[in-house]
Write a protein that binds this ligand. Structure first.
Ligand code: NDP
Ligand code: MG
Length: 390
């Protein structure tokens, strides 16, 4: 039996992971499951999968979790420190599917144990890519990409040499507002931004798809994960979301990965790697699809993509600043305090402000320094919003 843990088990990726585990329960010994507010779901899954421990991220929810687990053998715990403790428990495979920078510390701890980390939590690579890659190398741990584009690239690279790669192209659906007139984006509502044309995902990443902040994070994720230069990374808008990525080689060949927009493919690939096993995903009928379209993204419509280039050019801890600012700007948009387009204005202003602080962005990449920049970015975003609304 393989020992596995799932961080962010109650979310969209977490539930898809559990769906795959549930189909072969005899193969897995579940160590830890974590969640946030959805304590009832967490307890239900932990009991069903006979997990060793269930952790909610929120200490105030611990009594509720204990009550829901009463009568079972599952341990209950809460808070950020408990998440890190659970990540240090021996496991063969850990799914990192917490949303946001909160996934960094547990992911890092898992790598320190030499575990294989299936990484959906792209924010941790954006904030601290070098730290994660270095930690994995030091401890003989492996990171397997779960983001669909990065899983696609990873699969296209099997048997290839990274030196032979000329470029990596990741695709973007274009999100909810792909075909909206630019002028209307200003008044786009939360409900409109929260519905994705092709993928069924958590609310935050769905909104990030509409603004392309998600793609901006993924461009940085591509750089950090595959170690190629920013000029070698391209984004193409592909409304059908069937081609997830393409890898261009020095001989002009383009290898692409196609599949139905179902995250169980990328999750299952990481779960069974280096083998392929049957997965419950729809098989593509390309004749029925008929046409695949591709176009260059409009940087005026998607300023986040331009900001990703600036972040990569700046390097250091600017990824942590960008992500922290983005997370807070998104909180403010969800809370109705700012408009859709204000999010990119805020990230731009926060990046400028933090980059102007001597030594901050160029400090060494430790968890403490990343956390400090993340905190400062959030505070700066809050201040900007307070000034605008106050
Ligand atoms: P969801 O919002 O659906 O789930 C997030 C999970 O993290 C939930 O278990 C949630 O708990 C938990 N959580 C939320 N806040 C915290 C916190 N502060 N500390 C600890 N746990 C927390 O997100 P998704 O599943 O959509 O995304 C998860 C990650 O995977 C993200 O990094 C996303 O970018 C990435 N990803 C997602 C894809 C998708 O298709 N959904 C595709 C590719 C990447 P609760 O809900 O109980 O509060
Ligand atoms: Mg993706």
């Amino acid at each position: 039996m393989r020992k596995i843990s799932i961080f962010g088990a109650t979310g969209s990726i977490g539930q898809s992971t559990i769906d795959l585990i549930r189909r072969a329960p005899e193969a897995y010994d579940v160590v830890a499951l974590s969640g946030g507010h959805n304590v009832a779901q967490l307890a239900r899954d932990a009991i069903e999968l006979n997990a060793e421990i269930a952790i909610t991220a929120h200490e105030s929810r611990l009594p509720e979790l204990c009550a829901a687990l009463a009568g079972s053998d599952v341990e209950a715990a809460a808070g950020a420190r408990a998440l890190v403790e659970a990540a240090s428990r021996p496991a063969d495979w850990i799914m990192s599917a917490i949303v946001g920078a909160a996934g960094l510390a547990p992911g890092l701890t898992a790598l320190e144990q030499g575990t294989t980390l299936a990484l959906a939590n792209k924010e941790s690579l954006v904030c601290a890519g070098q730290l994660l890659m270095r930690t994995a190398a030091q401890h003989g741990a492996r990171i397997l990409p779960v983001d669909s584009e990065h899983s696609a690239v990873f699969q296209a690279l099997v048997g290839e040499q990274i030196e032979d790669v000329e470029r990596i192209i990741i695709t973007a659906s274009g999100g909810a507002f792909r075909d909206w007139p630019l002028a209307d984006l200003k008044t786009a509502t939360l409900a409109q931004a929260s519905s994705h044309p092709n993928w069924d995902m958590g609310q935050r990443i769905t909104i990030d798809s509409a603004s392309m902040f998600n793609k901006a994070l993924e461009v940085i994720e591509t750089r950090e994960f595959f170690g190629i230069s920013p000029e070698q990374i391209e984004v193409l808008v592909h409304p059908q979301s069937l081609v997830h990525a393409l890898v261009g080689f020095r001989d002009g060949a383009l290898m692409s990965h196609l599949g139905a927009p179902d995250m169980r493919h990328a999750i299952g690939y990481a779960l069974h790697w280096p083998h392929r096993k049957e997965l419950p995903v729809e098989r593509l009928d390309l004749a029925a699809v008929g046409q695949l379209e591709f176009r260059t993204p409009d940087l005026q419509r998607y300023p986040a993509l331009r900001q990703a280039q600036d972040v990569m050019a700046r390097g250091g801890l600017s990824g942590a600043a960008f992500n922290g600012a983005k997370e807070r700007a998104l909180d403010h948009f969800i809370a109705g305090r700012i408009g859709f387009l204000d999010m990119a204005t805020i990230t731009e202003q926060v990046l400028e402000a933090l980059e102007a602080q001597p030594g901050l962005i160029d400090a060494s990449m430790t968890l403490e320094n990343v956390t400090q920049v993340d905190d400062l970015a959030r505070q700066a975003a809050d201040q900007i919003v307070a000034q605008r609304t106050g």
